[in-house]
Design a protein around this ligand. Structure first.
Ligand code: GLU
Length: 440
């Protein structure tokens, strides 16, 4: 069975970059009728927070990316310890003692000599007595010994990849304080949870090379891999620092609709056009990781708003009825209100402003040269309630009384009634207007 996983660390809020990873994995699993695992990479007890676990789940639920299983790495520490023992027994695990400062010094020396800054495996030469002494002083941490050969795979997005293991440092898998690091935990989980396809960002390509060797050393199956490009800002600028401002919860608060976000992220960076889709099922149908390019993908948060507008404006009344009732719109006016307001909103939150206008009227916008005209017109406007014929009857009377016609007639009246130059058809809007402030 095709099994994918989305493996965020609950150390922050999900952002658009994470969503891309989640969505690709979700779509691959669902397209194949397989399963999608939510795996919480929470082996770092200091930085992992329950608040973020809840936030991750809430965001995925909001988007409709339902997981078939949830797993937490913090509940599987015994499995990682067993894997560490197996690697030790296989002679692929060795204890190291260099401090970060010492490692940094080594790296600088290597760079000065024009050599790649790869760990020199000095710890492999330590005698048992030396190790005992160092262990007593500072504690040891554990590295996986890579086989120095080329590691190759056919990436679902990047195509054939070949990495020389000798150009990569032996990865640290367990810290001196015993904390299991991501690489080991992830490999053990991918094997034991039967993950068959891993999609993640291209910042993980080197990790993948080392993970393939660790998987093989543990006798596990190696899944397929695809590495999607990283997002940049609209001008190609790095987004990594700004991703925090592109949290899914903040986009939700700004009124971005799930289908707008999903429609954009499921196609952005691929050879297919971005079009608003009505359901995840539609997006899944046309999804193919092979159609995505390796180049960084430009993301502009503003692109979410035209898609949101298109989604919102197409909603049937039944789907917004509760929201409209919550605004206090009387039941007998609710359908008309939706019909009138929908063409003038981008997010559903904009409905509140339109309802406030209908209920309270608006401070009029009257140009000085129109002051007399508006005074004359307001004298001809009867008090509310208004109906479908109010606007036509009123403007006809104003036309007759003042001689104005066309735009010179209609625009100042619109601005006097609504306080703005744009908005719904006035004939449709008038029956909803419970007050016209310009009437006094
Ligand atoms: N927790 C890792 C991360 O967020 C998961 C990477 C992976 O998909 O293996 O970067």
């Amino acid at each position: 069975m095709v099994t994918t996983r989305f493996a965020p660390s609950p150390t922050g809020w999900l952002h658009v970059g994470n969503l891309r990873t989640a969505l690709f994995n979700y779509m691959i699993a669902k397209k194949a009728g397989g399963q999608f695992i939510l795996r919480l990479d929470d082996t770092d007890p200091e930085r992992s927070k329950e608040e973020y676990v809840d936030g991750i789940k809430r965001d995925l639920e909001w988007l409709g990316l339902h997981w078939d299983r949830v797993e937490r790495q913090s509940a599987r520490l015994d499995r990682y310890a067993a894997a560490a023992d197996a690697l030790r027994a296989a002679g692929r695990f060795y204890e190291c003692f260099e401090t970060p400062v010492e490692l940094d010094l080594k790296r600088k020396k290597q760079l000065n000599m024009g050599r790649p800054p790869v760990y020199d495996r000095a710890a492999l030469a330590l005698s048992e007595a030396e190790k005992d002494k160092l262990r007593a002083e500072r504690g040891g941490y554990w590295r996986f010994r890579l086989d120095h050969e080329r590691i190759e795979w056919t990436d679902g997005i990047l195509g054939p990849i070949s990495i020389d293991a000798a150009s990569v440092s032996d990865p640290v898998l367990i810290r001196a304080d015993g904390q299991v690091l991501y690489t080991l935990a992830s490999v053990v989980d991918d094997i034991e949870m039967g993950v068959t396809y891993v999609v993640r960002g291209s910042d993980h390509v080197t990790n993948t090379a080392t993970q393939i060797q660790i998987m093989q050393a543990l006798g596990g199956g190696v899944p397929d891999f695809a590495h999607h490009s990283l997002l940049t800002g609209p001008q190609g600028e790095a987004l990594s620092k700004r991703l925090g401002t592109l949290a899914l919860k903040d986009l939700r608060a700004r009124g971005v609709e799930p289908m707008a976000l999903l429609s954009l992220m499921a196609r952005l960076g691929s050879s297919q056009p971005v079009e608003l889709r009505a359901s995840l099922a539609e997006l899944i149908e046309g999804f193919d990781p092979g159609q995505f390019g390796a180049a960084p993908t430009k993301f502009d948060v503003e692109d979410l708003f035209p898609l949101t507008r298109a989604h919102v404006q197409a909603l049937p009344f039944a789907e917004v009825a509760d929201r409209i009732a919550d605004l206090g719109v009387p039941a007998d006016q609710a359908e008309r209100f939706w019909r009138v307001a929908r063409q003038n909103i981008t997010v559903l939150g904009d409905l509140a402003d339109w309802w406030a206008l209908c209920r309270d009227g608006a401070p009029p916008d009257i140009a000085p040269e129109d002051a007399d005209f508006i005074a004359a017109a307001m004298a001809l406007l009867p008090p509310p309630p208004y109906d479908e014929t109010t606007w036509a009857d009123w403007t006809a009377a104003v036309k007759q009384a003042t001689g104005r016609k066309g735009k010179a007639l209609f625009m100042p009246l619109r601005k006097a009634v609504t306080g703005q130059a744009h908005g719904p058809d006035m004939g449709d809007l008038m029956p909803l207007m419970q007050r016209v402030q310009a009437r006094g």
